[in-house]
Design a protein around this ligand. Structure first.
Ligand code: PBG
Ligand code: ZN
Length: 321
C-alpha cells in the first residue's frame, strides 16, 4: 500500500512538501480614486473597498506601503464624462493627478495604470460609439493618447483592459514615439465578458448605459480563443499577459503558461464580493477561503495576482511566517 499520509503527519512536514506558495511579492491591490474632496465612499457591493479622493488617498497608500506588496492598480473616476472620453487623456484628469500624487509620496510603489475608456465615456462603453456600435479602429488613437498621458504622469506599467483588436501594438508604438520605450505593457489579453464584474462597475461607476460588452470581451465558453488572444498580444509587444477573471478560468491560466511570459490573473470584484458576503454571514472562514483561492490561482500558473484581498492576505502571510 502506498502511504501518502506519511507526508501529511504534522504541520512541519506539510510545510516541507508544499508545492505552491503565495508571497506578498505576487500581489497587486486595485484602488479607486474619485474626483472631489474629502471623499472616502464605501462601495456597497464590495465590503472593505472605498473610493478615495486624492486628498485622502494617503489613508490607503500607507497601508499598501506597509503591506510590502509591490504596488497597486489605479482606476480613476472622473466627474466629467463625454462621448470621446476626454478626461481619460487630460493631463489634469483624475487618474493623472492620482498617479502624480502616489509617485511623489511613494516613488518606489509600482503604479499600474488601467487603460480603458469606460470610466470616462458618457455611454460607459470601452470604445468610441457610433450608431450603437462600438468602433475598434477609431478607439485605438484614444487609448494610445491615454496610455501616453498616464506614462507622462508617472505610471510604471500600462495595462490596457478594453479588448479592442490591435491595441497593444498601437499603444506600444505611441509609448515608444513619446520616449517611453522602457514602460512595460501588461495586457488584459484574455478578458472574458463576465457577470463577475458587476461590483466593479458600482465601484468605478462604469456600467454601459445600453447593451453589453459581448462584442469586444470574450465569450466565457472559449478557451482556445483565449490562447489565440494571448499569443497575438505577445506578438504585438505585450510584456505581461493577463487572464481575467481568475477562479472560473484556472484552465485558461494553466494553458497560458506555455508562452513563458509573466502571467497575471485578476481575481475580480465578484469573486471578492462572494467571499466577503459568505464570510460576513459566518458561512465560511474568510482567511482560509482567501488563502485557498489565492494558492489555487498560483497553482494553476499565475505569477501575479491582482486582488482586492491583497492587504488582508499580506497581513495573514506575515503572521504565518
Ligand atoms: C474596465 C475594467 C473592468 C474591470 C477592470 N477594468 C470592468 C469591465 O470590463 O466592465 C473589472 C475588474 C473587476 O471586476 O474587479 N474595462
Ligand atoms: Zn472598459
Amino acid at each position: 500500500m502506498k502511504r501518502f499520509r506519511r507526508l501529511r503527519a504534522n504541520s512541519q512536514i506539510r510545510r516541507l512538501v508544499r508545492e505552491t506558495s503565495v508571497s506578498r511579492a505576487d500581489l497587486i491591490y486595485p484602488i479607486f480614486v474619485a474626483e472631489g474632496e474629502n471623499i472616502k465612499n464605501p462601495v456597497d457591493s464590495m465590503p472593505g473597498i472605498y473610493q478615495y479622493s486624492v486628498d485622502r488617498l494617503d489613508e490607503i497608500l500607507i497601508q499598501i506601503s506597509q503591506s510590502k506588496i509591490p504596488g497597486l492598480l489605479v482606476f480613476g473616476i472622473p466627474k466629467h464624462k463625454d462621448e470621446l472620453a476626454s478626461s481619460a487623456y487630460d493631463s489634469n484628469g483624475i487618474t493623472q493627478r492620482a498617479i502624480r500624487h502616489i509617485k511623489s509620496k511613494y516613488p518606489d510603489m509600482l503604479v499600474i495604470a488601467d487603460v480603458c475608456l469606460c470610466e470616462y465615456t458618457s455611454h460607459g462603453h470601452c470604445g468610441v460609439v457610433k450608431d450603437s456600435k462600438i468602433l475598434n479602429d477609431e478607439t485605438l488613437p484614444l487609448l494610445s493618447k491615454m496610455a501616453v498621458s498616464l506614462a507622462q504622469s508617472g505610471a510604471d506599467i500600462i495595462a490596457p483592459s478594453d479588448m479592442m483588436d490591435g491595441r497593444v501594438a498601437a499603444i506600444r508604438q505611441a509609448l515608444d514615439e513619446n520616449g517611453f520605450i522602457d514602460i512595460p505593457i501588461m495586457s488584459y489579453s484574455a478578458k472574458f465578458s463576465s457577470a463577475y464584474y458587476s461590483p466593479f462597475r458600482d465601484a468605478a461607476e462604469s456600467a454601459p448605459c445600453f447593451g453589453d460588452r459581448k462584442t469586444y470581451q470574450m465569450d466565457y465558453a472559449n478557451g482556445r480563443e483565449a490562447l489565440r488572444e494571448i499569443e497575438d498580444d505577445i506578438s504585438e509587444g505585450a510584456d505581461i499577459v493577463m487572464v481575467k477573471p481568475a477562479l472560473a478560468y484556472l484552465d485558461v491560466i494553466k494553458e497560458a503558461r506555455r508562452y513563458g511570459y509573466p502571467l497575471a490573473a485578476y481575481n475580480v470584484s465578484g469573486e471578492y464580493s462572494m467571499v466577503k458576503a459568505a464570510a460576513q454571514n459566518g458561512w465560511v472562514d474568510e482567511k482560509r477561503i482567501v488563502m485557498e483561492n489565492l494558492t489555487a490561482i498560483k497553482r494553476a500558473g499565475a505569477d501575479i495576482i491582482i486582488t482586492y484581498h491583497a492587504l488582508d492576505a499580506a497581513k495573514w502571510l506575515e503572521e504565518d511566517i
